[in-house]
Ligand binder design. Structure first.
Ligand SMILES: Nc1nc2c(ncn2[C@@H]2O[C@H](COP(=O)(O)OP(=O)(O)OP(=O)(O)O)[C@@H](O)[C@H]2O)c(=O)[nH]1
Ligand SMILES: [Mg+2]
Length: 320
């Protein structure tokens, strides 16, 4: 069997089948790797891990162990997809530096979390909004970095940079941290950073975040690249469709970043919870309603729908 793990750099392959079960398979699907999709292998990191690929026009990294479950067949070894954007190719951890914060917050302190897909610009926005006011440590029990800071000019607003996630069905330790933080600690607001050059794939996570019922603003990042590509995004329409504020930003140039932060603060202070982004078919909604009824009082009321959906999906880690 030929798998993505062993596919040579520069080859284009088609996904024949995903092997295995459970969270790993699900995660790979969450990355957009599904049957029939074309994958171009761009490069392999220095120690052979991870493999960098282009799939559905997006650039992603996948661990070799994960790539092993993706059975592929060759398409045309000489074809290369067009470059997706002109972003710098930085190592995932290049912005990471160590330290620590104790949060002795008074009751007026607001916590805002930055959540989004890997590599969408969370840390760039975090640095832009906090400047030097950062404190970096580790999440308890793991070596994954925890980065917090106070937003410049906003003494009582703490910003939390979170590891990137493709969905709220976590697989890696980083993803578990992000989900646990969002679900259990429930920040006062979320800034969901979305890569404007990868809208479709990034909005998958957005729909899940909105189910949490936490005040959320969607910040569409990389607007400098979107414009350079000659693309145009209808923000008013997008905002109507997903029923939450959607704002253009460029974390790199600083465009729109203050406005997005102000919006998040306004929503947090006003306690304006995100509206349910979508309604499932009748039978699914019916089942969810029953589950909600049976877990009432056992989970936080504001997040009850999210827990009910996860139980429906048999996602045991969600309520463990
Ligand atoms: N052109 C452009 N590049 C950006 C923008 N925002 C971020 N980038 C670049 O995108 C890359 C990824 O940015 P990061 O801030 O590290 O992304 P991240 O979401 O923190 O990534 P992870 O923490 O690994 O999930 C970096 O090379 C940034 O310089 C933007 O608005 N415009
Ligand atoms: Mg980051």
């Amino acid at each position: 069997m030929k798998t993505l793990r062993d596919t040579p750099i520069g080859s284009t392959v088609t996904v024949r089948k995903l092997h295995g079960e459970g969270p790993l398979k699900r995660r790979v699907m969450d990355m957009g790797i599904t049957k029939g999709v074309e994958i171009y292998v761009r490069k392999v990191a220095p120690l052979g891990d991870p493999v960098e690929i282009t799939v559905r026009g997006y650039e992603l990294s996948i661990r070799r162990a994960d790539a092993e479950i993706v059975e592929v067949e060759a398409v045309d070894s000489s074809r290369q997809p067009a470059a997706t954007d002109s972003r710098e190719q930085s190592a995932a951890d290049c912005n990471r530096q160590p330290t620590a914060i104790e949060n002795k917050e008074d009751s007026t302190t607001i916590r805002i979390a930055l959540a989004g897909d890997p590599n969408c610009g969370k840390t760039t926005l975090f640095n832009e909004l906090t400047g030097g006011n950062q404190y970096v440590g580790n999440w308890p029990g793991v070596t994954v970095e925890k980065k917090e800071g106070r937003i410049k000019g906003q003494r009582n607003v703490i910003l939390q940079d979170l590891p990137g996630i493709y969905s709220l069905s976590p697989y890696s330790p980083e993803e578990i941290i992000t989900r646990t933080y969002l679900v259990k600690e429930r920040p006062d607001a979320i800034i969901n950073i979305v890569d404007g050059t990868n809208l479709e794939r990034n909005l998958y996570l957005t729909t899940q975040l909105l189910e949490l019922g936490i005040p959320t603003v969607v910040a569409v990042n990389m607007m400098d690249v979107v414009r350079k590509n000659g693309d145009d995004i209808d923000f008013a329409k997008l905002s109507r469709e997903i029923r939450c504020p959607v704002m253009p930003i460029s974390a790199l140039t600083g465009e729109g970043t203050r406005e997005a932060a102000s919006k998040a603060i306004e929503l947090a202070r006003g306690g304006v919870a995100a509206t349910r982004p979508h309604v499932f078919t009748g039978s699914v909604e019916h089942a969810i309603a029953h589950i909600e009824e049976s877990i009432q009082g056992k989970v936080p009321e504001e997040g009850i729908r999210w827990y009910a959906i996860k139980i429906f999906e048999r996602d045991e880690k969600a309520y463990g």
